[in-house]
Ligand binder design. Structure first.
Ligand code: NAD
Length: 312
């Protein structure tokens, strides 16, 4: 198949591009390189790379010509960056998704898989053990509101134009080659420097961390599924931030101390006490759910990202 990945030079997109190339697909990546280029040399040499903005209708049209599938991952993200740039965040989401949908129709692309977020659950109550896709969502930030808007927008295109759409609600994806906008690489960097590991709030807040390889596997298996779906991609395990920090300390052999600081005001809307997702729906559709536990995922990224540098 021929597949376009918008935001394909980013953390998740670059890993997905590598997998799709290995499986023999033709891959086009459209990315503005806002966050640099995370595609490795081998993958870069096998894809068609287009540097540009997903808000350009002309570029999205050109890049999706002849494609069977579009993974639409281009986005502005990272809590501090989004909080400082709410208008641009929404603009990239809304205009980018409109362009993807219009281009899909023009070029007869049958499947669009869109990167939504578990952030849209916000303070939604966790029913039974985990958040399911049926829970009433509660988006409060520009980022989460735009993601929810796009989920609904895509669903309407399925109704009206029969486009096959899947909104992927990612739960804290972590792994190789992620940058320190996110908590896992930030803690690794602090631990390796034996600096204080800074935790916002009490450290008792929980998240569900999903390993990158599992995330890519889920995306890969969902490609080509017909209909209109919203799917959690979650590890179904609840970890508090203090335990995450201690685990990273242990793996790196660090002497860092954990320090607890009040979150800056601009982060308030992003702070939720608990978040853990159910991947039951993913399993029903694909017979697969993310299985890598956090300890083993952290150990793997330590070996890939940092251990070689330490031993060099
Ligand atoms: N990483 C996570 O834990 C997580 C969680 C929930 C949702 N998501 C979503 O998954 C997707 C991928 O996230 P990621 O972690 O790989 O982030 P990332 O920042 O590494 O990748 C996003 C990519 O989009 C590109 N981009 C930004 N604005 C653009 C524009 N206007 N035009 C073209 N390209 C542009 C960036 O250059 C970057 O390469 C995003 O849509 C994100 O919102 C990620």
């Amino acid at each position: 198949m021929k597949i376009l990945i918008t935001g394909g030079a980013g953390f998740i997109g670059s890993n997905l591009a590598k997998r799709l190339v290995k499986e023999g697909h033709t891959v086009v990546v459209l990315d503005s390189l806002l966050r640099g280029n995370k595609l490795d040399k081998w993958t870069f040499s096998k894809i068609k790379f287009v540097k540009g903005d997903v808000r350009s209708r002309k570029l999205v049209d050109e890049c999706s010509e002849g494609c069977d599938v579009i993974f639409h991952f281009a986005a502005v993200l990272g809590v501090d960056i989004v909080a400082d740039n709410p208008v641009e965040t929404m603009d990239v989401e809304v205009v980018g998704t409109r362009n993807v949908v219009e281009a899909a129709e023009k070029n007869n692309v049958k499947f669009v898989l869109y990167a939504s977020t578990s952030g849209i659950y916000s303070h939604s109550a966790i029913v039974k053990n985990a958040l399911t896709e049926e829970v009433l969502v509660d988006p409060r930030t520009s980022y989460a509101m735009a993601k929810r808007y796009n989920e609904i927008y895509l669903a309407s295109h399925h109704e009206e134009r029969n486009l096959n759409v899947i909104s992927l609600r990612f739960f804290n994806v972590y792994g190789w080659n992620q940058d320190n906008r996110m908590v896992v690489p930030r803690f690794f960097e602090q631990a390796l420097e034996n600096e204080d590991i800074t935790v916002f709030g009490t450290g008792n807040q929980t998240r569900d961390f999903t390993y990158i390889d599992d995330t890519v596997e889920a995306c890969f298996r969902l490609m080509g599924i017909e209909g209109c779906h919203i799917i959690n991609i979650a590890n179904e395990a609840e970890w508090c931030i203090t335990d995450l920090a201690n685990e990273i300390k242990f793996i790196t052999g660090s002497s860092s101390k954990l320090t607890y600081i009040e979150a800056p005001k601009k982060r308030y809307d992003y702070e939720v006490e608990r978040r853990v997702g159910s991947s039951e729906k993913l399993f029903e559709l694909t017979n697969y759910k993310p299985l890598t536990n956090l300890k083993s995922g952290l150990e793997q990224i330590f070996q890939i990202n940092y251990a070689e540098k330490i031993n060099a």
